[in-house]
Design a protein around this ligand. Structure first.
Ligand code: C2E
Ligand code: MG
Ligand code: MG
Length: 584
């Protein structure tokens, strides 16, 4: 008996002279399935491993023809080629799908040998095979680990990039349009801080699930129109609280807003964490290929740019990328460079807006408001550059300068007019979170010699809600220096008065939007007097911002408000102007 294929096996030690009973014991014990057929291709032997692997008993197999073309995974040409190779070359091996006795389809590695006798005729076929399912499972697991997010099971950043790349190749060829939505959950850190990471993780999973229902996984239209199916859309989690959506083969850009609307709607329903209802909002930036960008990186950049714009204008919602945004990003780069120069060259100035004490009708305090004069005489508004200063971290040196300047100016006013005013200084979020803030304030107080009781620091609600415990700690430290704390723009954030009780603040500054439409007969009058009443109940000093008319002032006075600030009393003005005003 001889193998038909006489390949490089010849260097192996020859063991065919072993007694057959030894050979059969080897075959019986190996873990590979062995099937031997005779010259007529009828099974004459199967080993125990064959029975284990296929689920067929030896009794059922012997006497039958081997039947492996029943998995449905290969066409008849595949089997024909296999048998042809076996007949011409005496050997075939490769991966092949087969079906077990219980019907399950599995992948196996199969080696077929043709055995020839002395006369050169086929005497037997030997088949050897083992199960590859386990190996495939490991491979699949590996694939899952590298391409899918462990927490939500969504495609991860790598798969997102692969898919975007694929999308570009296909879009290029077929001249079709691809949409990209980048989504950031708003203030997700706050949820982790408040409820802990486990709850945060669970929430992310639920969000992922809701998002998955918002995208098209198969194309119903294509099925109806009997076209080939489009690629499905993809949602991936690209980092902690960031998701990316690839919208394949869009018909028109509006398709992207349909998806974005759906995503927003999905978040309108509250989530439940630890028995509490939690609302989550998201900001999204949308960019479209090929309208907005010609490369993958550029498209991502455009979507990021649009997302940044949404965040800058108060978060929550979505925006399409536009050419102007590109200009505005170039603008920002320029502005940042100018801002660095302004820091080193003392290019900022402070204006002061007086606050009127309603009981005594006298100016007892003022708020320092930063101004940035440009060479052409224009003034850049803090609303325009404070966010950029925040993003770049430049707010820290700028903030230090503001404290120093404001304290010195307050003493200067007192020296020249005899008026002892309190000065309110705005803190930005990043400044407030900076652990060095307490030292900076203490240093500035010590250097200027201004008594701490003449200083009030303004923070906004949003800054407090970020991490309530940390915020309270920072506030208590500041209070321990002897300075007062005010909540600025009250009513625009989402804290309630009841919540405020937890914070060691002295003053409530009611946002000017409340004061603005204050007319005697409107319901706003009721709202503002209610807010004032509650604030008074909490023992807080109440300041109304943005007072523009005598009527508003009268109403505020009637409601028991302590102080008023606004154009009706005085606009923010330079140091010399306020000195002149107080000297009158
Ligand atoms: P804010 O602290 O609420 O300041 C009040 C803003 O309202 C000022 O705008 C002021 O000019 C304006 N305002 C005052 N009275 C009236 C009025 O009767 N009607 C109207 N329509 N507006 C009035 P400004 O100076 O443009 O500042 C805007 C915001 O920029 C400030 O809001 C504050 O959040 C921030 N900001 C200003 N200066 C600084 C600063 O030195 N540091 C920091 N971190 N932020 C600052
Ligand atoms: Mg303020
Ligand atoms: Mg304000």
């Amino acid at each position: 008996m001889q193998l038909a294929s006489q390949s490089d096996e010849s260097h192996r030690p020859h063991w065919f002279d072993l007694p057959p009973q030894i050979l059969i014991r080897v075959v019986e014990q190996i873990n590979q399935a062995v099937v031997i057929t005779n010259a007529d291709n009828i099974i004459i032997y199967v080993n125990p491993a064959y029975e284990r692997l296929t689920g067929h008993t030896a009794r059922a197999a012997i006497g039958q023809r081997p039947n492996i073309n029943k998995s449905g995974h290969h066409d008849s040409a595949f089997y024909e080629a296999m048998w042809r190779t076996l007949e011409t070359e005496g050997h075939w091996e490769g991966e092949i799908w087969d079906r077990r006795a219980d019907g399950t389809v599995y992948l196996k590695y199969l080696i077929l040998e043709r055995i020839i006798d002395q006369s050169g005729q086929t005497s037997h076929h030997v088949a050897l095979f083992h199960d590859l399912s386990e190996k495939k499972r490991t491979e699949a697991e590996l694939e899952r680990l590298t391409h899918y997010d462990d927490l939500t099971d969504l495609p991860n950043r790598i798969l997102f990039r692969n898919r975007l790349n694929h999308e570009f190749n296909v879009s290029n060829r077929h001249k079709r349009s691809t949409g990209l939505i980048l989504l950031n959950l708003d203030r997700f850190r706050q949820i982790n801080d408040t409820f802990g990471f486990t709850a945060g993780d669970q929430l992310l999973c639920e969000i992922a699930e809701r998002f998955t229902t918002c995208i098209r996984r198969t194309d119903l239209m294509a099925v109806q129109e009997d076209r080939t199916e489009r690629d499905p859309d993809m949602v991936s989690r690209v980092s902690g609280d960031a998701f990316a959506f690839i919208l394949s083969e869009m018909r028109q850009p509006e398709d992207a807003s349909v998806v974005a609307d759906r995503l927003m709607a999905k978040l309108e329903q509250p989530f439940e964490i630890a028995g509490e209802e939690v609302f989550v909002s998201a900001s999204m930036g949308i960019a479209i290929y090929p309208q907005n960008a010609a490369s993958e990186d550029a498209l991502i950049h455009c979507a990021e740019e649009a997302l940044a714009q949404v965040k800058q204008t108060g978060r929550g919602g979505y925006r399409f990328y536009s050419q102007e945004m590109n200009a505005s990003s170039a603008n920002r780069v320029r502005l940042e460079a100018q801002m660095r120069r302004a820091i080193s060259e003392q290019g900022f100035v402070l204006h002061y807006q007086p606050k009127l004490d309603l009981a005594s009708q006298r100016i007892t305090g003022m708020e320092a408001l930063i101004r940035w004069p440009m060479e052409d005489g224009r003034m850049v508004s803090p609303a325009d550059f404070i966010p950029l200063a925040e993003d770049t971290g430049l707010i820290n040196p700028i903030g230090d300068w503001i404290l120093e300047r404001a304290f010195a100016d307050t003493l200067e006013i007192e020296r020249r007019t005899g008026h002892r005013l309190t000065v309110a200084v705005n803190l930005s979020a990043r400044q407030f979170q900076n652990p060095k803030l307490i030292d900076t304030v203490a240093d500035a107080l010590a250097r200027s010699g201004l008594p701490p009781r003449q200083v009030e620091l303004e923070i906004t609600e949003g800054m407090l809600m970020h991490n309530v415990n940390e915020a309270c700690k920072a506030m208590r430290k500041l209070r321990s220096l002897g300075v007062a704390l005010a909540i600025d723009d009250f009513g625009t954030g989402y804290s309630s008065l009841a919540y405020l009780r937890n914070f060691p603040v002295n003053t409530l500054k009611i946002d000017r939007t409340f004061v603005n439409d204050l007319r005697a007969s409107t319901s706003d009058a009721c709202i503002i007097s209610a807010v004032i009443g509650l604030g008074l109940g909490l023992g807080l000093e109440i300041v109304a911002e943005g007072v523009e008319t005598e009527q508003q002032l009268a109403l505020l006075r009637k409601s028991g408000c302590h102080q008023a600030q606004g154009f009706h009393i005085a606009r923010p003005e330079p140091l010399e102007a306020i000195i002149a005003r107080l000297s009158e």
